[in-house]
Design a protein around this ligand. Structure first.
Ligand code: TRP
Length: 339
């Protein structure tokens, strides 16, 4: 079992990011190392240049994301943790796969349609071929499993189509160049909403810092943000159905459930009938208990640029070594002559 996944570097990481991919990666690493599997996790910095970006922010965000991943339990000794830009084999394989991917396939990608919007002529070529780079990311390592969110399933299917067509066109059936990767879509992680508005996703770009729990928030800040979180005057219901139409209450109960590793109904079994005066301090304390150790490591690590760069460098070395045999095979299969 070889697990490969990537994440675009962003800054201002918050609880929503943690409960999304990041926590999942650490858990998969723990399972994989228990069963002899291997995980490669990378920062998709090459993907990040497909949209307008600020170079200084990209490098800062790349390092910040590494700090967050390590703080949240991704262990660079057990997983291979790196950024694409230090493994040129990703870009090389993408070019080779550009010969196999079809315009029609890429034109159907919903992310391309969404991100390009009405202005396709003005979109970057990188945005269009983004899914081909993503295919290269996983095919390069003979990934067997790729954890991704629901929104990336289509890109994974494209990677499978590319692998299949390449194998058909350029390899014999008994010696395929690429492995067909399987997606792992995590069971719908609770959507973490803004603490000020239960209908908006928790977001780094919300102007109000009170709307989110940042990975940099200390215990007092977390307690204060939960105390001030928007709610309604009703007590909590005894079961899930009673949260219908109460977006803010549902969000807080949902956060409690994922942080405690239990179900919404179990939380309501405990707190049903209570008001927020009782529930909020309990939620605040739970968040502090779970997030303080992460916060501590994150705040220390993100200051230590040398340590972060050393992690990425060591990870990239391992990744390059794993990538080379497959890349060589792809060149050879295509009839490209190399010294
Ligand atoms: N496109 C993915 C996202 O936005 C990130 C990504 C890049 C990725 N390459 C990948 C995910 C390879 C899984 C495998 O979330």
């Amino acid at each position: 079992m070889r697990i490969v996944s990537g994440i675009q570097p962003t800054g201002n990481l918050h609880l929503g990011n943690y409960l999304g991919a990041i926590r999942n990666w650490a858990a998969m690493q723990d399972n994989a190392s228990a069963s002899g599997g291997e995980c490669l996790y990378f920062l998709a910095d090459l993907h990040a240049i497909s949209m307008p970006h600020v170079p200084a922010e990209l490098s800062a965000n790349t390092r910040e994301m590494v700090a967050a991943l390590v703080a949240c339990g991704v262990d660079p000794q057990r997983s291979i943790l790196f950024n694409q830009a230090q493994v040129p084999q990703h870009a090389e394989l993408q070019w080779l796969l550009n010969g196999t991917a079809r315009m029609g396939w890429l034109n159907r990608m919903t992310q391309w349609k969404d991100k390009a919007g009405k202005n396709r002529e003005g979109a970057s070529v990188a945005l269009f071929t983004y899914p081909v780079l993503q295919a290269a990311d996983v095919l390069l390592y003979q990934a067997t499993h790729v954890p991704v969110g629901e929104d990336q399933k289509q890109h994974l299917e494209l990677a499978r189509d590319i692998a299949q067509k390449f194998n058909n066109d350029f390899a014999s059936p008994d010696a395929p160049v690429f492995t067909q990767p399987e997606p792992i879509i995590p069971p719908e992680a609770a959507r973490i909403m803004s603490l000020r508005d239960g209908s908006a996703k928790m977001s780094k770009s919300d102007p109000s810092d009170m709307s989110r729990i940042n990975l940099t928030d200390d215990a007092d800040t977390i307690m204060q943000k939960i105390r001030k979180a928007k709610t309604d005057p009703e007590p909590l219901p005894g079961e899930k159905a009673g949260l219908a139409g109460r977006a803010e209450a549902a969000n807080l109960v949902g956060i409690y459930a994922v942080m405690a590793g239990t179900s919404v109904d179990a939380v309501l079994g405990e707190f049903g009938g209570e008001g927020f005066g009782k529930f909020k301090p309990a939620l605040g304390e739970l968040l502090v208990e779970k997030l303080s150790p992460i916060n501590q490591r994150f705040v220390d690590l993100r200051r230590d640029q040398a340590a972060l760069d050393a992690i990425l460098k060591a990870g990239a070395e391992k990744a390059r070594a794993l990538a080379m045999p497959t890349l060589d095979k792809a060149y050879a299969a295509l009839g490209l002559v190399r010294g």
